[in-house]
Ligand binder design. Structure first.
Ligand SMILES: *Cc1c(COP(=O)(O)O)cnc(C)c1O
Length: 378
């Protein structure tokens, strides 16, 4: 099946009892045993397995070309389960511009637990190779990255990591399986904040880990942590993500086209210092993006002359863009990213991150043009 067809059908079925075309939400926490003590439907207790979660997991595994998936209550819970599946004394390599929640977990939670980590420039393969140690168990990749939209060569990093006996996980939240499938490029695990494009409507928090191989010892531990730790996605949340996924390919197409139009407009605007969008031929990662993505996604960032105040001013003058963090919904968002990150952030103070929604791109361009017209150019 092609991706659009999978997005509509994977994990969905028509209910034989009622004929319902849309799955119902199974709120029951517990499931009946037969007189012989068996569970004929495979469900015992909702923390261990739930029909909506099982459906979502099979859907997400299919979309990313993996054998299995584990769904969690948030993207962070999914990331955390993979780190927890490692052992104290293991070493993790992650990008120096990783999603700040990922870096925060490594630094503020898992360092004390004995998990070692190095943050490197993932676009520099020599730096990745140098960071590999005998105890490196996991290389964490994120592409495009946040907020500079840097592109990592997933296949090349996977080659280096596997050569050193390490697993590779890719945070595929921004690209989604509609645009990039890291497992096909060599990754062993794909992580999603389903909160973003997969849910797609800014109304559900969730996460998932997709595994290349179901029986991997590391994924077995993730499963154990999911079922025993209990940071599982709730039935309604699973249902919302499944609903979102059905339109994912078409939303990603429209949001990529919108972001390309906005980035192209900004790239020649006199009040814009820099635009970061992998679809622009001038972007440093453009060639790799062309190879490993089918489109370039709905996220971009821009830098304006004049620093933090100028950037805040542009965000304040936007009327169509909502000033808010997060991404992937139908409404366009604009965010002064540095002020939502810790004080030691690497994010430039004059940077605005934009999540392009499903509005007409010309309306978005007009709104940005108006907001930028107030920027003083030195
Ligand atoms: C939002 C996000 C996360 C974390 O997901 P939550 O659902 O907020 O826990 C991780 N990685 C990326 C790239 C994200 O955008």
């Amino acid at each position: 099946m092609r991706f659009e067809t999978l997005a509509v059908h994977a994990g969905h079925w028509v209910d034989d009892e009622t004929g319902a075309v849309t799955p119902s939400i199974s709120l029951s926490t517990t499931f009946r045993r037969e007189t012989d003590g068996t569970y004929p439907h495979g469900f015992i207790y909702s923390r261990t397995d739930n029909p909506n979660r099982t459906a979502l997991e099979s859907c997400l595994a299919a979309l990313d070309g993996g054998e299995a998936a584990a769904a969690f209550a948030s993207g962070q819970a999914a990331t955390m389960s993979l780190f927890q599946a490692l052992a104290p004394g293991d070493h993790v390599i992650a990008p120096n511009d990783a999603y700040y929640g990922t870096a925060k977990l490594l630094r503020d939670v898992f360092a004390a637990w004995g998990l070692e980590h190095s943050l490197v420039d993932m676009t520099d393969l020599v730096a990745v190779e140098r960071a590999l140690r005998p105890n490196t168990r996991l290389v964490w990749v994120e592409s495009p990255s946040n907020p500079l939209l840097r592109i990592t060569d997933i296949a090349a990093v996977a080659g280096l990591a596997h050569g050193a006996g390490a697993f590779v996980a890719c945070d595929n939240t921004w690209a989604t399986p509609a645009l990039s499938r890291p497992i096909e490029l060599g990754a062993d695990f794909v992580m999603h904040a389903t909160t973003k494009y997969l849910g797609g409507h800014s109304d559900v928090l969730g996460g998932a880990l997709v595994a290349r191989r179901e029986g991997d010892a590391l994924f077995e531990r993730v499963r154990l942590l999911q079922r025993t730790g209990g940071a599982v996605a709730a039935p309604f949340d699973c249902w919302l993500v499944m609903r979102g996924v059905r339109t994912l390919p078409y939303r990603m197409r429209a949001q990529s086209a919108g972001a390309m139009a906005v980035a192209t407009f900004l790239s020649t605007h006199p009040k814009v210092e820099a635009v970061h969008y992998p679809g622009l031929p001038t972007h440093a990662g453009h060639e790799i993006a062309v190879r490993q993505m089918s489109r370039f996604g709905g996220m971009l960032s821009l830098q304006v002359p004049g620093g933090r105040e100028a950037a805040m001013g542009v965000a304040a003058r936007c009327t169509l863009f909502t000033r808010a963090t997060s991404l992937g919904g139908p409404e366009s968002l604009i965010e002064h990213r540095a002020s939502n990150e810790p004080p030691d952030t690497r994010t430039p103070q004059n940077l605005l991150r934009v999540s392009v929604g499903l509005e007409h791109p010309d309306d978005l361009i007009e709104d940005l043009d108006r907001a930028l017209s107030g920027v003083a150019v030195a």
